[in-house]
Design a protein around this ligand. Structure first.
Ligand SMILES: OC[C@H]1O[C@H](O[C@H]2O[C@H](CO)[C@@H](O)[C@H](O)[C@H]2O)[C@H](O)[C@@H](O)[C@@H]1O
Length: 597
């Protein structure tokens, strides 16, 4: 069984990513793209589903991990009685071929090590044929091939590649793994893995230098931004929600989803964060991705796409994989693709409006797309939808969806103002905006309990309601907003952290039970800050920072009873929310203040 989620660290090359556990095992790698089949899938199953391990054969007294400062180059140090050995893992920024490099450095003494390289293509379904060749080993199955090159003599046992070795003190040894289509010969290798490491570190440092954020939390913010950059598919600017599929929202449960796609919601929320942190170029690339992806008829708009804008992401179950900690089914693809989620229209309008305000160039195309999408909102805003949480139990009149439909109308009015437009069209949008506002306040608010509710007429609460003041629907000192924040704290918090909703109460089509949702917990800190309750906001924020693992990464959810991370990892939504709250707490005019104006 794989190690806990939090025992993992991320490496990547902005096309794909791998997870490295703190025992020296790579147990997740999809090549050549984030959403390609995994060649190491032991994370969701057993060793036979593919892994690559380099680790001491003597007892390890202590493991210490870190990223090399301001980079995505990982170092894992194993302290043993025989000495200390350091394993350095990274993926060089891609030119043509995907590579993953592991370097073993003997710090002190001479530690006996064992290498086991056992890929299994097709998410652990296709054992490859392995062959020793000069300078390494070649493995192939179907369309995929891997070439592992090293100076170390390797041996083959069935399809497993093995080596027992030790590196003399002060010396180092490199392994370069490359993917290539099986019908082509092994690709050209990086000329010198040690120089490639230096180049990769330089590239990430130069990227990190562009961060203009200054606060007591700069290190955590930068780690989150580097993670968001690593989750960006650089050829197109699309951002994946996470590099994994099916890490469970409840251990042993069925809430297991594939996040290796680009959600309009998650990615549009990235934009303000990137702009605020100084990454205008990335924000521009994302805006362009968005305009390309949503081009076409608005009723054909999807809430998620492949990283290059692909529309087909059919959900399938992989029955041969037992799942992380027995959490079945393992799914690839995502059926949420076919859902109606009205909030997305508000998020797009908000994102384009703020891009314009920040000087990310305005063009006729962005305006035409926005007008087109708004017509759809006008026709459909009163329809039930699946909502921000993508419920699978049927559509409802979710209050948050309606608020975001209002946001779509509001940002169009504001964009029109910025563009100096007047006239009947703008007046019509203003009238509709007022009508929506009145309707939401009448039907989505429970005066008896002084709280907005999850859906019109429902008794349930929902953490998405914390966003009401943040998107500017009502001011933070409005009595209904205060009441809602208090109700969420009272009824949805567990051990001070926020659940999305009560899974036993909401008709989400799934058996109840999941962790607290980390992004929602950051939103509570944002709402408190906006209400002037800085001390409480900071306290909650610091607590949430304490949930990051040893290398600063967060999953989607957290199990406050087992004290374990749950859900896909690392998750963009959680890291976005972390950066947003740091910005809100460190200065006036952070994302929350900006979005609400
Ligand atoms: O809980 C059910 C749904 O869970 C996933 O959706 C969640 O992840 C998305 C990506 O980060 C996020 O945008 C959404 O708000 C979350 O609820 C899953 O992808 C869905 O298929 C599933 O129905």
């Amino acid at each position: 069984m794989a190690l806990p989620i939090e025992a993992h660290a991320l490496i990547g090359d902005t096309h794909s990513a791998a997870l490295v556990a703190n025992d020296g095992t790579i147990d997740w790698l999809c090549w050549p793209r984030f959403d390609s089949d995994a060649c190491f899938a032991a994370l969701l199953g057993e060793p036979r589903h593919g892994f690559w391990r380099i680790a001491p054969t003597v007892p390890v007294r202590r493991v210490h991990r870190r990223y090399v400062r301001d980079t995505l180059v990982l170092e894992t140090e194993f302290h043993t009685d025989a000495g200390t050995v350091r394993l350095c893992d990274f993926m060089p920024l891609r030119e043509d071929t995907p590579h993953l490099i592991r370097i073993v450095e003997a710090r002190t003494g001479q530690v006996p090590l064992h290498l086991e390289f056992a890929p299994c293509f097709g998410y652990g379904d296709r054992t490859p044929w392995a062959r020793l060749i000069p300078g390494g080993v070649s493995t192939k199955a179907g369309p995929d091939a891997l070439y592992l090159s090293t100076e170390l003599p390797l041996r083959l046992e069935h399809s497993h590649v093995l080596a027992d070795f030790a590196v003399p003190e002060g010396q180092r040894l490199a392994f370069v793994l490359s993917w290539h289509p099986s019908h082509l010969p092994p690709p050209r290798q990086p000329p010198d893995p040690f120089l490639t490491r230096a180049d990769t570190e330089r590239w990430w440092r130069a990227w990190a230098l562009r961060c203009i954020h200054e606060s007591p939390w700069r290190a955590q913010v930068l780690r989150s931004l580097i993670t968001l950059k690593a989750l960006t598919y650089s050829p197109t600017g699309g951002v994946v929600a996470a590099p994994t599929t099916s890490l469970p929202e409840r251990m042993g449960g069925v809430r297991n989803w594939d996040y290796r796609y680009c959600w309009l919601r998650d990615a549009t929320l990235t934009l303000l964060t990137l702009l605020d942190a100084g990454y205008t170029q990335e924000a521009q690339a994302w805006r362009d991705w968005l305009l390309r992806a949503v081009a076409g008829e608005p009723d054909e708009l999807q809430i998620l796409y492949g990283v290059a804008g692909e529309r087909r992401v059919t959900e399938l179950e992989l029955p041969w994989l037992p799942g992380f900690a027995g959490s079945r089914p393992v799914r690839i693809g995502n059926a949420a693709v076919g859902q109606l989620q009205l909030d997305v229209f508000g998020e797009i309008a908000d994102c384009l409006y703020h891009a314009l305000r920040h000087g990310v160039c305005s063009d006729a195309e962005a305006w035409d797309v926005s007008v087109h999408l708004l017509r759809f909102v006008e026709r459909n805003w009163d329809q039930p939808d699946e909502g921000i949480w993508e419920v699978r139990g049927g559509r409802q009149q979710f209050t948050h969806s309606k608020v975001m439909a209002w946001v779509a109308m509001d940002r169009m009015v504001k964009t029109a103002n910025l563009r100096g437009m007047r006239g009947a069209q703008v007046e019509h949008w203003k009238a509709l905006r007022a009508q929506m506002h009145a309707d939401i306040c009448a039907r989505g608010y429970d005066a008896r309990r002084n709280t907005f509710t999850q859906a019109f007429g429902s008794q349930s609460l929902d953490a998405s309601l914390l966003l009401i003041p943040m998107v500017g629907f009502l001011p933070p000192d409005d009595v209904r907003v205060r009441g809602t924040v208090e109700a969420v704290r009272r009824e949805l918090c567990q051990d001070g952290l926020v659940r999305r909703y009560h899974t036993h109460e909401t008709r989400d089509g799934l058996p109840p039970g999941e962790g607290v949702f980390l992004a929602c917990s950051f939103w509570l800190a944002d709402a408190l800050a906006l209400m002037g309750r800085e001390g409480e906001a900071r306290e909650l924020f610091e607590r949430l920072l304490g949930l990051c693992n040893d290398v600063g990464l967060l999953s989607e959810e957290y199990d406050p009873v087992a004290h374990k991370m749950v859900g896909n990892f690392p998750q963009a939504f959680s890291h976005l929310a972390l950066v947003g709250t740091a910005l809100n707490l460190s200065r006036e005019g952070g994302p929350v203040q900006q979005r609400s104006h």
